[in-house]
Design a protein around this ligand. Structure first.
Ligand SMILES: Nc1nc2cc(Br)ccc2s1
Length: 241
């Protein structure tokens, strides 16, 4: 099954980067198909205008609905289809999570709508909700200049979970937030040399005692999660299962 990814943006060149590294390889072996589109291709005036002043006043500009609607008609179609996932990165979106990435990794089509300026006319999102499965998502409590960087981050989080993408899918099981980690942060990692600039690999990791190593790793994951992400902990984490 090939996952088709479309990107609508006034800066489609942001997505040239998807031709390199693992993502490029996935495209080559047919796992994903990437299409970036310039929203201005659906304007009809000499200046290829995509924005206008906000109704009700206020600073900045808002993206006009017309180009988005015409782009949707051509890229996605005019019939409702809940199997199409349309993602609007937005500072006011719901936090994007690893479980959302996991769910999206089985999608057949994902369309990223990258806003600029102060944002997109809300009717575009309302229209999209009437047609497809829409996700308004945020990557964190900070504001970017547009949705493109967020779309790239979401793409990477999703595509790496597509079956067949990662050479060694076992490595996914032990990552932060993965189910295999019980949603805990990943433990610290070490490799050779055993001693480096006066800093040594924890002895337990060199002991060859798998039970002790597993316990050390679990304890470190719980410690890190409690320290850095108390929002992820619940009363159970303190007590190893
Ligand atoms: N954190 C985020 N900031 C922004 C800004 C714009 Br403009 C569009 C999308 C996003 S996602």
């Amino acid at each position: 099954m090939t996952m088709r990814l479309d990107y609508l943006s006034i800066f489609p060149a942001y997505f040239d980067v998807l031709d390199i590294s693992l993502l490029g390889k996935a495209a080559v072996n047919g796992l994903v198909e990437v299409h970036a589109h310039d929203l201005r291709d659906w304007t009809h005036d000499r200046h290829r205008t995509v924005d206008d002043t906000p109704c009700g006043g206020g600073a900045g500009m808002v993206m006009k609905p017309d180009p988005w609607g015409e782009a949707f008609d051509e890229i996605i179609g005019t019939e409702p289809d809940s199997s199409v996932h349309v993602i609007f990165p937005s500072p006011s979106g719901a936090p994007f999570t690893q479980s959302a990435a996991q769910e999206l990794s089985s999608a057949v089509r994902i369309v990223f709508c990258c806003g600029r300026y102060e944002g997109i006319d809300h009717r575009v999102i309302d229209y999209a909700r009437s047609m497809w499965t829409v996700h308004e998502v945020s990557l964190g409590d900070y504001v970017l200049n547009g949705g493109e960087v967020a779309a790239l981050a979401i793409t990477e989080a999703v595509v790496r979970l597509v079956p067949g993408f990662m050479g060694n899918p076992e490595s996914l099981a032990e990552e932060s937030f993965s189910a295999g980690q019980d949603g805990l942060l990943e433990y610290p990692l070490f490799t050779r040399p055993v001693s480096w600039r006066g800093l040594d690999v924890p002895e337990v990791l060199m002991s060859g005692h798998h039970g002790r190593i597993a316990k050390w790793r679990r304890d470190e994951s719980v410690r890190l999660t409690c320290e850095r992400r108390p929002d992820l902990t619940d009363s159970d984490f303190g007590v190893p299962h």
